[in-house]
Design a protein around this ligand. Sequence first.
Ligand SMILES: [Zn+2]
Length: 554
Amino acid sequence: MSMVRRSLPVLLLAAASCSPAPEVPADLILLGGTVWTGVPGAPPAQAVALKAGFIQAVGTDREVRALRGPGTEVVRLQGRMVLPGFIDSHTHFIDGGFQLSSVDLRDADSPEEFARRITEFARTVPPGTWITGGDWDHERWGGELPSRKWIDEGTPNHPVLVTRLDQHMALANSLALEMAGVTGSTRVPFGGAMVRDPETGEPTGILRNEAMGLVTRVIPEPSEEALDGALDAAVQHALSNGVTQTHNMGTWEHLETFRRARADGRLKVRVYAAVPMETWEGLRDFVAEEGTGDDRLWWGGLKGFVDGSLGSTTAWFYEPYADDPGTSGLVTTDTASLRSWIQGGDAAGLQIIIHAIGDRANDWLLDVFQDAAERNGPRDRRFRIEHAQHLSQAAIPRFAAQGVIASMQPYHAIDDGRWAEKRIGPDRIKTTYAFRSLLDAGATLAFGSDWTVAPMDVLEGIYGAVTRRTLDGAHPGGWVPEEKITLEETLTAYTLGAAFSGFMEEKVGRIQPGRYADLVVLSRDLFLTDPVDIPSVKVEMTIVEGAIVYRNEG
Ligand SMILES: [Zn+2]
């Protein structure tokens, strides 16, 4: 009978976790807390023992205390909560590391403040230095796009290319445009757009998507030293957020930076490093020669784009934008090329990880995935759609049916939720960040931040998925509240679901004997916390492979 079969693994697990082996003392034990193991139906535990980088036991204080030896380090949790380490399944990790030391425009909430911060930052760096990053958001001051005129006076000697937080458009100052040779008559590349002054036809400095390349191509490449510094800063930032593993949506240069850090023992988080989709043949050959790495740093994934973003009005929809009826978004990669790369990369056994935001982009991608799977035959391929932000009703069941992972970022829901209805109207918002519908249809959710597009703050993300309260406070009961999910479902998406999306679900993502000891300790039990207060919960300690790599000393 199915009941009996189902209960058997639970009994085995209980037996394993209760069998103390006093002759093998633990390296580290955590006592007196609440342990969320991530194992459905498992009894609540109080304590965890770690040995040689792995979880040795999880159970009651009495059971775990029995593993204490003379050399065992003891951490007293005093009611704090232990969870599997958070996995951020979508970051631009090294870009984020650079952003930590660049001008911060994320919460600049007026044109004056935007200009003031850039001007002040320019005073702190030598003339001629490029000012990049920024992560501005024009929705903070009502939606007017910034212009180079706002910042030219304060930056006569610094070329500037500051990006919107979604990285899908940027503002260049006049010096940067001049250095790049961009004028009103410059031809804009496919997949991009340039905003021009309606009277003079001159560029305002706003470049969308592929048009950013007109300027980025003249920005000097960062040195290895600078890349290493950015990575180290990003690692510290991740650990302070309880993140023990991340999936980097980046470049070959990033992969080489991770490999240097891995070789030097500086890579204190686990990293799955994806490289650009169009380089799939390069990755196929690299894997044939070098393999796919190890459990600390691995590769084998290809990241591509179908479309742009909602915030930049470049996400690809069937219907026009409500606030810009002249456009329904754009395709940022030539679809024939993207289709052939996906088929090629999939045939080569690589994982395909594609950004799709608009409903039309998602449907197009699901079709291409289906086609590739049929042509290349069955295998454990784990196609991923990154963001899966606006879905047609028909798309929702296809994720489960086709085995496509929805890699989503709940912070985006409470951020974009402030103004999404203005952009796409009242109907399309109903299937925006459709967490509940996707789970109910049987899909796997993998959660992440999209840092540096959004903060790498997992507790904000948990809050976002559970409450759907937008950042502006305008939806106290939740924005599209039908799509809220439970705390347990949210935590699963940040642990086991995210691990699955990177082929690590057997090794991390739950607190079970034999898995890697990647753990996070929070200041409070989330299950006893009012969801509204989740953002105030602190990360107290982060453990990767049994080593305490972060402690909150604050
Ligand atoms: Zn991204």
